[in-house]
Design a protein around this ligand. Structure first.
Ligand code: ASP
Length: 581
């Protein structure tokens, strides 16, 4: 038997028991007369002690031992003389009577503790050591608990967990596919699923009624903190439902997770139309933890001979409460910040609302105190506040203001990680115009149904049609999205037509789906949550990498197993693939 207890288990009540523990040596402290060893496993740390009563021979073994050795320790539980209140096992220690080295260890490349000295790349290269650190392990435990709670909630509602294939055919969902060559079908390729979208819809045609899967999805996109080439979704589909049924069910799941995992009761989620999110928050994923709403100032500010404003399609602004005392340097800093290419504004106009009721602006030449008072009224700005204004192309400036709003929220400490503000963003546009390609793209995906009242727009002004599509947003993070689906092969064909598919192309790509709809398709709708994002939100982390056991780096590499990598020429030959000379 390797152990009678774990390293997190023993308490003062266990005094005088003879126990056996196994684990990793966290550290050895040799104090001369006594030596202490902290023994660690997943459950905690227990102190082992070697003193003058320890049997001969043990001490020399201990001298050979270093950090991260895996050992088995036998001994008696004793009350400690100096207790450690910070750990649950801190009242006891084990006086050693036997010790076996199970697995010796060479010196690890970084220390296995919360404040490790290992840099990012090093920790990724030795991820199995990084995963020994309690902090990282806790994230993985959280993830497992959340997966478990998700399953129990959905199972309790009679969802059927169904696996869908990983080797499929490319589905157009906005991103590039990873492709896999087929040996048995030379020069033909599978694609890894960007999502199980078409399969889950076919499961509805098959009468499964409610499906879910916690599933890996693959998208060959440029990577960011919240993106990995492979990621996990809680993927769901339901039959005989309308939008509100799906939202209710998955609001229920979200609340269940908050309750079970974080012991938090969250309020009912508001619904916000996409157009309102863009107008007021400059984003389709509004962070509603704080107000600071964006206001359209186009009508108020034009006509004062300030050419920058007069020539702008849109003028918008926001009011940062209490920032009226920002210094020249701070304002210059903000101006430079909005001019960065990622934000894309040409400049920043400000109005300081002075404590004495007067105003000081960067455009005093063009606007009188009375004019500036009008600006302030739009925001109900008070003395001490700061109004920030951007102008230019409408969508670009709305999004720049959205970014500026977040930056100010951050500067003002309004992005509290322990406050959770979920909401549903609804009524997304069905289509998105692509200037470059001069064609429409599906905003969500091609299987999304238009709002019934907007179907006639498909013939007259398709760009205006709204979709029965929805996103769950929490604290400015898009946690998930879904839609009511088209379940009529005629409407589906029309949708493909709008997206620029000829009937032949549509048939070649999606004939199987449109055909399936001809055999009796139920009305259906679904949603998918980004599981990694949800876990990292619950963990209070900014990157999804920290909640993935073996993540890839920003170049899509697994630096531990060194992948992607070249393959042998024979393998390529077998696949009928040739490398470029
Ligand atoms: N397949 C969609 C996605 O991955 C989600 C859905 O519509 O259910 O975003």
């Amino acid at each position: 038997m390797y152990r009678t207890h774990t390293c997190g288990e023993l308490r003062i009540e266990d005094s005088n028991k003879e126990v056996t523990l196994s684990g990793w040596v966290q550290r050895v402290r040799d104090l001369g007369a006594m030596t202490f060893i902290d023994l660690r496993d997943r459950y905690g740390i227990t102190q082992l002690v070697i003193d003058e009563n320890t049997p001969e021979g043990l001490s020399s073994k201990i001298e050979e031992m270093g950090r991260e050795f895996v050992i088995q320790a036998k001994g008696i539980v004793r009350e400690r003389s100096s207790k450690n209140k910070n750990i649950p096992t801190g009242e006891i220690e084990i006086t050693l009577s036997g010790l076996v080295v199970l697995g010796p260890a060479i010196t690890p490349p970084f220390t296995i503790q919360d404040d490790t000295d290992g840099g990012d790349e090093l920790r990724m290269k030795y991820r199995y050591l990084d995963l020994r650190r309690q902090e990282v392990q806790q994230n993985m435990v959280l993830r497992a608990k959340m997966a478990h709670a998700t399953r129990s909630y959905l199972n309790s509602l009679d969802f059927i967990e169904t696996e869908t294939p990983v080797l499929i055919k490319s589905t157009p969902e906005g991103a590039r596919d990873f492709i896999v060559p087929s040996r048995m079908n030379p020069r033909e390729f599978y694609a890894l699923p960007q999502s199980p979208q078409v399969f889950k819809q076919l499961l509805m045609v098959a009468g499964f009624d409610k499906y879910y899967q916690i599933v890996k999805c693959f998208r060959d996109e440029d990577l960011r903190a919240d993106r990995q080439p492979e990621f996990t979704q809680i993927d769901c589909e339901m039959s005989f439902v309308e939008q509100k049924d799906v939202l209710e069910t998955f609001e229920g799941l979200t609340k269940h997770l908050f309750r079970e995992i974080k012991n938090i009761e969250v309020e009912d989620f508001p619904w916000m139309p996409y157009s309102e999110a863009i107008e007021k928050y400059g984003s389709d994923k509004p962070d509603t933890r704080f107000e600071m709403l964006i206001h359209d100032l186009t009508d108020v500010l034009k006509g004062n001979n300030f050419v920058v404003f007069d020539s702008a399609e849109y003028i918008g602004g926001l009011c940062a409460i209490g920032c009226g005392s920002y210094s020249r340097k701070q304002l210059d800093g903000l101006t430079n910040w909005v001019k960065r290419p990622q934000i894309g504004a040409k400049g920043l106009v400000y109005v300081k609302c002075n404590e004495d009721g007067t105003f000081k602006s960067s455009v005093d030449k063009f606007y009188s105190q009375d004019d500036l008072k009008k600006w302030a009224n739009v925001f109900n700005a008070q003395p001490g506040d700061l109004i920030l204004v951007l102008s230019g192309d409408k969508p670009a400036m709305q999004s720049a203001l959205g970014e500026l709003r977040l930056e100010m929220g951050n500067q003002l400490g309004l992005l509290d990680k322990n406050t959770f503000k979920p909401l549903w963003v609804v009524d997304f546009p069905l289509l998105e115009w692509d200037e470059e390609g001069q064609r429409f793209h599906a905003m969500h995906h091609p299987f999304t149904a238009p709002k019934p009242e907007d179907i006639s727009l498909l013939d007259t002004d398709p760009g205006k049609a709204r979709a029965n599509a929805y996103d769950l947003v929490i604290n400015g993070v898009e946690i998930g999205g879904g839609s009511v689906r088209i379940f009529d092969s005629g409407l589906q064909l029309k949708m493909f037509d709008l997206l620029g598919f000829t009937p032949e192309q549509a048939d070649a790509q999606f004939g199987f789906l449109m055909n399936a709809f001809k055999y009796g398709a139920p009305p259906h709708a679904g949603i998918a949550f980004g599981f990694d994002r949800l876990v990292s939100l619950f963990a209070g982390l900014d990157s999804i990498r920290d909640v993935i056991a073996f993540p890839k780096n920003n170049s899509g590499r697994d630096v531990m197993i060194d992948s992607p990598s070249e393959v042998a020429k024979e393998q390529l030959d077998e696949l009928a693939l040739q490398l470029k000379k």
